[in-house]
Design a protein around this ligand. Structure first.
Ligand code: OGA
Ligand code: ZN
Length: 379
């Protein structure tokens, strides 16, 4: 039987060990890499590297190697040091293999059709509080769809902390936590009016815009004030496939986002493309807010083409093919990846009733790290 954790052949090359495994896979393990990852290099409880890479030279090599049972033993040329690796650990961390793996995006794109399967993204507040299985499902939805609604939560002010803290701590901003989405006199932000908010991401002028936003609906009995949501990655993906020039412009043109809130003694400015990508060429984030867009200062040679692309993207973000309209009810927590999914609302009439949401931010890191924990990710 071919066993991927047993060794068929081991050879010492110029600067690495070549291992042929019983399943015929061939790995390279460079000498410095091996020394750096000697099990003694890691603190037994802190699980952090205590070995200093400067304590060996770049010419270090194994003087002696042998395989005994399920272990590889190495006597090093420097420091009178011996290492003992478990073969399973070596194979599981084989970077020859890891680098051959094809990247798989964690994102599931969605469009207006998700409305027909809305129950898919609905969760129950108390179940998340009581049961890790429901918490995990919430995290999975947030990571893959970037959108979920937690129903039947309490409507007491600040009670959103309880379910948020099942994940981790919140991300603070100058708006405070929670921030009050309510119409106020002399508003310092259009969110604090009764006006419509076109689909947008929050705080795009931060270098690191908040990863997720939870909008907790405490009361919503004014007329109007319906919500909308759109998957920015799905729209970006549509452009990538169908409108290559628009896609190129939106991923490469640096535009200005800004915040000059009169209650702050800060002026925030950031230049970034509207769509950014990861090293795998997957989507990293979408920043889009007509409200927070500064005066655009791109090269005049590009301005006309940029505006065409920007306007086209804006039109798709409001298009029924992609967006979903729905109404928040008291006790709903509208949760979304704020660096992917755009949200908006229609105008409401503050004289017809009350509307009060409380907003929280939490980082994308916290969602992913908790999900990794539940998935028992081996690293
Ligand atoms: C916001 C916002 C949406 C709403 O506060 O950032 O977009 O439904 N609010 O009021
Ligand atoms: Zn918003």
């Amino acid at each position: 039987m071919s066993n991927k954790y047993t060794v068929k052949k081991i050879e010492k090359k110029k600067d690495y060990l070549s291992i042929s495994w019983n399943d015929n896979f061939k790995s390279k393990f460079h000498f410095l890499w091996l020394r750096d990852n000697c099990p003694t290099a890691i603190h037994p409880t802190a699980n952090m590297r205590v070995f200093n890479i400067l304590n060996v030279s770049k010419n270090i090599f194994p003087k002696k190697i042998n395989i005994k049972k399920n272990n590889l033993n190495i006597d090093w040329s420097e420091g009178n040091h011996k290492s003992n690796f478990r073969l399973k650990w070596l194979r599981d961390h084989c970077y020859t293999e890891i680098n051959k793996q094809k990247y798989k995006s964690p994102y599931k794109f969605w469009n207006g059709n998700l409305k027909k399967n809305f129950s898919k993204i609905i969760l129950n507040h108390d179940k998340i509080i009581k049961n890790d299985k429901h918490l995990k499902k919430w995290l999975e939805l947030l990571h893959s769809y970037g959108f979920a609604i937690v129903k039947n939560s309490p409507t007491k002010k600040k009670s959103g902390f309880r379910v948020l803290n099942r994940i981790s701590h919140h991300r603070e901003t100058f708006f405070g936590t929670p921030f009050e989405v309510i119409n106020i006199p002399k508003p310092n932000n259009t969110a604090y009016t009764a006006q419509a908010l076109r689909n947008h991401t929050d705080l795009p002028y931060f270098e690191y815009a908040p990863g997720y936003q939870f909008l907790h609906c405490l009361v919503n009995n004014a007329s109007g004030g319906n919500s909308s949501v759109v998957d920015g990655f799905a729209v970006a993906n549509y452009l990538k496939k169908n409108e290559k020039d628009v896609y190129k412009l939106l991923t490469r043109t640096y535009v200005k986002f800004k915040d000059t809130d009169y209650t702050q003694k800060s002026i925030r400015v950031l230049h970034s493309p509207i769509i950014t990508l990861t090293r795998e060429n997957d989507f990293n984030d979408v920043r889009f807010s007509m409200a927070a867009m500064g005066t655009i200062d791109v090269d005049p040679k590009k301005m006309k083409r940029f505006y065409d692309a920007y306007q086209y993207f804006a039109s798709l973000l409001q298009n029924n093919k992609f967006k979903i309209d729905f109404r928040l009810e008291a006790g709903d927590i509208f949760c979304f990846n704020n660096r992917r999914v755009l949200h908006g609302r229609t105008e409401f009439d503050p004289n017809s009733g009350n509307r009060h949401l409380q907003g929280y931010y939490i980082e994308r890191d916290e969602i992913i790290a908790r999900l990794n924990y539940f998935n028992k990710l081996k690293i």
